[in-house]
Design a protein around this ligand. Structure first.
Ligand code: PEP
Ligand code: MN
Length: 263
């Protein structure tokens, strides 16, 4: 298999201003959704002050309910791009299907394939034909083996720039939105040469335990984290409960910077 580990060589994703892979701990942060021009600019400014190089922000949102906020679409991509350019940040945003993949590919530096699309093999093949880094989230009902096969679909089509993302799986536990499968990190590091990061936000579903999960991510050997932050989480149009306020996020980042070199 193409994604299987063969020796001790690791894939490093090079994004010009930063890297993702073994030897690095890369921080990606931003709102769940791009909501307007002001908030995304405020977020970009905040991240750049912290030295963070990659900003997230969904514009095509895979919401559980069709009545929930679906994202700003194309307009959101424009806001995201403007904010990122102003503060010299790289962008990651999700593609939902073939149509949105085209639009996302024109704007993003990393294409996100979400949990709900992690076994959409047609879409995986499409993104595999592109020449752009992909962040593949683990489906919330997927085994590690199935996760690796999904990555294999992308690699099989030619695109080897894949970042895996553990974002929690569905279990009987109800205190958290999903159960963060922390064991998946060392298991995946044995089985694949691809970088693997943790999304503590969608795993927890609640902001109070995210600082601890961020520290656990570093301790377990993940190659980074992707965290949802919002200047006013109580007003967020999606995932407010799990979005960290800027001050708390900054505090946690300062704490982990004392423990490791953080990109
Ligand atoms: C997201 O990153 O906003 C998202 C929808 O994540 P997931 O696909 O992991 O649910
Ligand atoms: Mn979200």
């Amino acid at each position: 298999k193409l994604v299987a580990r063969k020796n001790n060589e690791n894939t490093i994703i090079d994004l010009e201003n930063t890297k993702v892979g073994e030897g690095f701990f890369t921080i990606i942060a931003g709102p769940c959704s791009v909501e307007n021009k002001e908030i995304i600019e405020e977020t970009a400014h905040f991240l750049s002050e912290l030295g963070i190089k990659i900003m997230r922000g969904g514009v095509f949102k895979p919401r559980t309910s069709p009545y929930s906020f679906q994202g700003l679409g194309k307009k959101g991509l424009e806001y995201l791009k403007l904010a990122a350019e102003k503060y010299n940040l790289k962008i990651i945003t999700e593609a939902l299907d073939e149509d949105t993949l085209k639009l996302v590919n024109e704007c993003a530096d990393i294409i996100q394939i979400g949990s709900r699309n992690a076994q959409n093999y047609g879409l995986l093949r499409k993104v595999g034909k592109l020449n752009k880094p992909v962040l593949l989230k683990r489906g919330f009902m997927m085994t590690i083996e199935e996760f690796l096969y999904s990555a294999e679909y992308i690699a099989f089509e030619g695109n080897k720039n894949i970042i895996l993302c553990e974002r929690g799986i569905r279990t009987f536990e109800t205190k958290t939105r999903n159960t963060l499968d922390i064991s998946a990190i060392p298991v995946l590091k044995k089985e694949t040469h691809l970088p693997i990061i943790i999304d503590p936000s969608h795993a927890a579903g609640r902001r109070d335990i995210i600082p601890d999960l961020i520290k656990a991510s570093l301790a377990i050997g993940a190659h980074g984290i992707m965290v949802e932050i919002h200047p006013q989480p109580e007003k967020a149009l999606s995932d407010g409960k799990q979005s960290m306020i800027f001050k708390e996020f900054e505090k946690t980042i300062k704490e982990i910077k004392e423990l490791a070199d953080v990109l």
